[in-house]
Design a protein around this ligand. Sequence first.
Ligand code: PLP
Length: 498
Amino acid sequence: MAQPPYIDPSPKEAIAPDAKAHESLDPADWSAFRVQAHRMLDDMLGYVEKIRERPVWQPIPADVRARFRSVAPREGEELAEVHAEFMQNVLPYTQGNVHPGFMGWVNGGGTPVGMIAEMLAAGLNANCGGRDHIPVEVERQVARWVAEIFGFPKTATGLFVTGTSMANLIAVLVARDAALGLDVRAVGVAAETRRLTAYTSTAVHGCVPKAMDIAGLGSDALRQIPTDSRFHMDLSALAEAIRQDREAGLTPFLVVGSAGTVNTGAVDDLAALADLCQREKLWFHVDGAFGALARLAPDLAPLLDGIERADSVAFDFHKWGQAPYDAGFILVRDGAAHKNAFALPAAYLQRAERGLAANSPWPCDFGPDLSRGFRALKVWFTLKVLGTEALGASISGSCVLARALEARIIATPELELMAPVELNIVCFRYRTKDAADSNRVNEAIVVALQESGVVAPSTTRIAGRTAIRAAIVNHRTSRAEIDALVDGVLAHGRAICG
Ligand SMILES: Cc1ncc(COP(=O)(O)O)c(C=O)c1O
């Protein structure tokens, strides 16, 4: 039955033809704004250029923290005043990952090229969820470069996301839907009689069990397979776990291999995992958050052999790719499976042959986000200006430094190496006379180092014992910071132990 035409019953006030609701939010004085904007740009370039003269990190004074508890501003201030506040209260108290002495967790250092590209992207204010415009083509171009770097076919699809946590979640969802069929998107996993199980190693990053949880499969359905002494997934234990699950009537669907584990930087035997997944007809996903880009370094690339056979790869350009945060990426071999997991027709997102709504499929058809910033631009600039060879050389350089750190630890009786050094992560500790005191002392050393402002490693646990963990990711880190780390650990260790 045809709908009657819509008639708005509410009375309307007459609006004067020259009425203006409000002023635009653009500067009233463009030339003054331009001068101030140049000053801000200069300050930021100066910050990066002179970063070595600053502490890596410093604690936030209570009065500075208190300034960020004020009520929402009703009236605006001058841009110059807010910038002065930024210089005084924001800039000195950041995490410190731009600094060469930052070695905690896994954080990239960024580059001035990426920074300036971010400014251009913000100026364009492109929404890269879809539609026919060049920013989407830039993203497609980067996706093709990524496919080329990892030896994937041209039909592979790729998408910028926040980080590898989101990229891993997308991979789990695509693999889930490929295993169960697309109905699961409508009926939900609860309607399924098949119980999916996935496999990874105990060294996996926590975002993978979280992805299983979010995907409705449950983190318990992720079997965490033991590792060997080098923290590589034990392949016979993996095969046995799959066999047992099949025997129990479960449905194995996914194996997640690591190209650089978060704790120690171990790279699973990706070629063997690819063989096993082919044999068992399982989706083979690689979490290569930082390590995948080691494919750009000729001396490291062979370590990752087999990644070219994966069904999907998750990684970050904001780690070893040195792009500013955030720039995660998911690459999927089977573009149709990728699209099937996310595309959803909607009247307001209808596609057209011509005009702005042309050039489907759109990025929103490959992931959960509709509104999406122009993340691709900073990576496009980084790759074009620096080139993959320079990035590969800096990745290789991080690993040379990690090996130099390993050598110093081995040569220093007061220190103990706690895990093999495969890529850029070194786990070690200061030896205490009383073993029971070791965790407390090493945790205190790391806090003291961070508060010293010279170097900032983090901690982790290896076989239940606290380790000082240095992840050399920043392209600015040099031998000087490696030596400062070792000297600092020894000095603080001796001071703490008396
Ligand atoms: C191996 C691994 N996987 C996943 C992640 C999560 O990545 P993101 O922090 O970009 O979400 C990390 C982060 O360090 C990681 O090292």
